[in-house]
Design a protein around this ligand. Sequence first.
Ligand SMILES: *[C@@H]1O[C@H](CO)[C@@H](O)[C@H](O)[C@H]1NC(C)=O
Ligand SMILES: *[C@@H]1O[C@H](CO)[C@@H](O)[C@H](O)[C@H]1NC(C)=O
Ligand SMILES: *[C@@H]1O[C@H](CO)[C@@H](O)[C@H](O)[C@H]1NC(C)=O
Ligand SMILES: *[C@@H]1O[C@H](CO)[C@@H](O)[C@H](O)[C@H]1NC(C)=O
Ligand SMILES: *[C@@H]1O[C@H](CO)[C@@H](O)[C@H](O)[C@H]1NC(C)=O
Ligand SMILES: *[C@@H]1O[C@H](CO)[C@@H](O)[C@H](O)[C@H]1NC(C)=O
Length: 422
Amino acid sequence: MKAYMIALPSGKSKSPDNLNKLILLILMSFLLVGTTFLCLYKNPFSQWRQNVKMVYQHSLPASENASNSTSIGSLHQCDLFSGNWVPLAKGPYYTNATKCVIDDRQNCMKFGRPDTEFLKWTWRPNECELPLFDAALFLELVRGKSMAFIGDSLARNQMQSLVCLLASVADPVDVSYVEDTRFRRWFYAEYNFTLAAFWSTYLVRSEEADPNGYSLTSLMKLYLDEVDESWAAQVETFSYIIISAGQWFLRPLMYYEKGQIVGCYFCNQTNVQSLTRYHGYKMVFRTSFRTLLNLKRFEGITFLRTFSPQHYENGVWNNGGNCLRTRPIAKQEMELEEYILEFYWTQLEELRAAQKEGNTRGLKFRLLDATQLMMLRPDGHPSHYGHGPGENITIADCVHWCLPGPIDTWNEALLQMLKTEA
Ligand SMILES: *[C@@H]1O[C@H](CO)[C@@H](O)[C@H](O)[C@H]1NC(C)=O
Ligand SMILES: *[C@@H]1O[C@H](CO)[C@@H](O)[C@H](O)[C@H]1NC(C)=O
Ligand SMILES: *[C@@H]1O[C@H](CO)[C@@H](O)[C@H](O)[C@H]1NC(C)=O
Ligand SMILES: *[C@@H]1O[C@H](CO)[C@@H](O)[C@H](O)[C@H]1NC(C)=O
Ligand SMILES: *[C@@H]1O[C@H](CO)[C@@H](O)[C@H](O)[C@H]1NC(C)=O
Ligand SMILES: *[C@@H]1O[C@H](CO)[C@@H](O)[C@H](O)[C@H]1NC(C)=O
């Protein structure tokens, strides 16, 4: 095991302390999982994509050839999500003055983020172009259709990006059926297009379980085999579903199946079997995909938006960690965190299984692979330039994404994928 396999950020040398931790982490993963990790760290990106391709090749029906398939989020021969960030001399698609709702917590412009270089990059896939977002084209493709974003605040983050991207062509009206803005519903009358957000942090039924009440680290109960009806009961007629889950799986979790406790993650209860967070993550995607597969009238296309990485540096999120970078990092500077890979693999496995099932029922499941491109964008988070209502910002937000910002790329990719499905 050699330390030089870890590429360090150029320009800024790591403190020996961090370096030691890294080496320790890598040593540990090496001991735990053997040689596969060695390969991942040696050449993380290419190896990773290779493996993703392999996962998908196995999942394709025999008649569909992997090299001639759009189903892995690739455009014919081109894998959209394998590429690089390159400079782009162009302003952002929208600003804080654009007529669209931007959550204050991600409105970095409004709260005076001084640097703008993070807005001047575009994603270039290795084998093709990712065209700039074309609002008119997007709206034509979704004419008469409906789209649902299901997940936590990062799902909402993407939906708000989309509404702002479309604002140059059309203004939607708010047709929400509840007051809770986490379930916002927009209608584009001219295009008969409905866009809806469904707030569901765990995708399955969940409850707070801490006797001392909810906090950012309190225990949650997850009913792994019971889908969250707040979205499931509403989406049967939707044309497109963009589903995701993420950071909520980092807190202590109590797992239930058939109404009984089956284990927990980090709950510190000696009488309860300890299970990983990946167990919960796997099961909620399984339950969600199964629900979609079993909805009688459902004919939509489901996009799995993969785990969105966070980028705390100089400390952890609740202990001084921040994200102060102003430009993307290069692939060789990237430090792959094991838990992100593990979440990513876990959801890919479930997507693959759903794709297989979906084939027999004519339902499509697609990969919107946000993970690796966003790993390279530690500069895209609000840090301290975002404010909730009346919030005293002491904790930096290195989880969500500034609007405008690199998250707009998720919708550029979504548009290209819709094009190939049309
Ligand atoms: C897949 O494509 C290769 C050539 O790229 C061809 O040799 C092979 O027969 C194809 N398989 C199927 C199942 O179509
Ligand atoms: C790729 O698929 C299209 C239809 O989806 C088909 O017309 C074309 O012949 C295929 N190309 C190859 C090389 O198999
Ligand atoms: C937009 O951001 C600028 C710069 O921070 C600020 O001066 C302006 O008031 C903001 N406008 C709106 C409508 O938020
Ligand atoms: C609008 O779209 C919905 C499906 O989303 C469809 O049922 C309805 O007929 C459409 N209305 C018009 C006027 O085209
Ligand atoms: C279990 O203990 C760890 C470490 O002390 C703590 O971080 C975590 O919040 C605890 N879990 C619960 C549910 O209290
Ligand atoms: C905000 O938090 C900081 C640090 O905890 C504290 O010093 C400051 O007084 C707080 N400001 C307000 C308005 O609560």
